[in-house]
Design a protein. Structure first.
Length: 311
């Protein structure tokens, strides 16, 4: 495993974290192929393999993800960094305090290491949310603050209103098929000592090479997503073919080439979700090699020209 710091703080985090949306959401197979026993095994194995950064949210499985994570981390709490998120419907001052209290209970801990705003809410002033975050920080209930899905002007506005709590990250959709964040957000975050926490780093399984237009996932999360539409899949197949040749060259899986490309960017932490121990292991092993500069540039160029249709 490789490590970096959480934003400008002196807090060590693994460059591959564990995304925990999969724990508790039936759309990801919760209650079928995935259950609490397996989720806890995945959490323990993640820790054994060097992962110390775990990402969840109050909304995942309506609290189930946090509860399962809390159980999984019980014996190792002090050795890990827990990141959770407050929902956009809970961004009023009192609601933030209450949501945090509920998350702490479910996570079975007295502090959240990184408390993130899941999505902006354009109807609630960021100043009000910032005041609540400062209060939680002063009480020691949160150790740092993050945003998620925030454009630069909103990050600036939020940062301006935070008086004591450190703002250390922006969690964004970022992978080889989705690089919009590189235009402005990533640059801003790097200049301001914030980590980029890359969610959907495998484009929800697409960047493993296992899906195609004749094999599209049927769950409600993915079946209507632009990436999985035929016209886009045809374009993505070109990228996957190039990734496959690199996969042969490096003797690594397509997923590992994709994750390695991502974490080769400065200040970037990838948080793939895993539904099996095999997926987890494969994802962790994506950081034990280095893409050559020319291969890195080559994939970057191919993926830059994807020109997907989102409308
Ligand atoms: N902040 C936000 O708004 C936001 C939004 C989305 C996600 N997130 C966070 O980011 C995490 C990851 O994002 P994500 O779950 O959307 O997408 P992802 O990590 O790109 O994809 C995860 C899915 O890909 C498949 N997979 C994972 N590793 C694999 C491997 N080695 N080989 C084959 N298949 C593999 C699994 O699904 P199948 O086996 O079913 O294909 C898994 O559920 C989430 O758990 C959550 O913590 C945050």
């Amino acid at each position: 495993m490789k490590y970096t710091t959480l934003g400008y703080l002196d807090v060590k985090v693994s460059v591959i974290g564990l995304g925990c949306w999969q724990f508790g959401d039936p759309n990801w197979g919760w209650g079928k192929e995935l259950n609490e026993e397996l989720a806890i095994k995945i959490i323990h194995e993640a820790y054994n393999l060097g992962i110390n950064f775990f990402d969840t949210a109050e909304i995942y499985g309506d609290g189930v993800s946090e509860t399962v994570l809390g159980k999984g981390l019980k014996e190792i709490r002090d050795n890990v960094v827990i990141a959770t998120k407050v929902s956009p419907s809970h961004l009023r001052y009192k609601d933030v305090l209450k949501a945090c209290e509920n998350s702490l209970k479910r996570l079975n801990t007295d502090r959240i290491d990184l408390y993130q705003i899941h999505w902006p809410n354009f109807y609630i002033p960021l100043k009000e949310t910032a005041q609540a975050m400062d209060e939680l920080y002063k009480q020691g209930k949160i150790k740092a603050v993050g945003v998620s899905n925030f454009p630069v002007p909103m990050i600036k506005e939020f940062k301006k209103n935070l008086k004591v709590a450190p703002l250390v990250s922006n969690q964004v959709q970022y992978n080889l098929v989705e690089r919009l964040v590189e235009k402005e957000i990533a640059k801003y975050c790097r200049r301001n000592g914030m980590s980029i926490i890359a969610y959907s780093p495998l484009a929800q399984g697409l960047l493993t090479g296992k899906y195609s237009s004749s094999n599209i996932p049927t769950d409600a999360i993915r079946r209507n997503k632009a990436w999985f539409r035929k016209e886009n899949l045809d374009k993505i197949m070109n990228l996957l073919r190039e990734l496959e040749s690199l996969s042969n060259k490096y003797n690594k899986k397509i997923s590992q080439i994709s994750l390695n490309w991502l974490i080769s960017h400065p200040n970037t932490i990838a948080i793939p979700g895993a539904k099996t121990l095999e997926q987890l292991k494969e994802n962790v092993e994506s950081c034990d090699f280095e893409l050559s500069k020319s291969d890195f540039k080559y994939i970057s160029r191919i993926s830059e020209n994807l020109d997907l249709d989102y409308f």
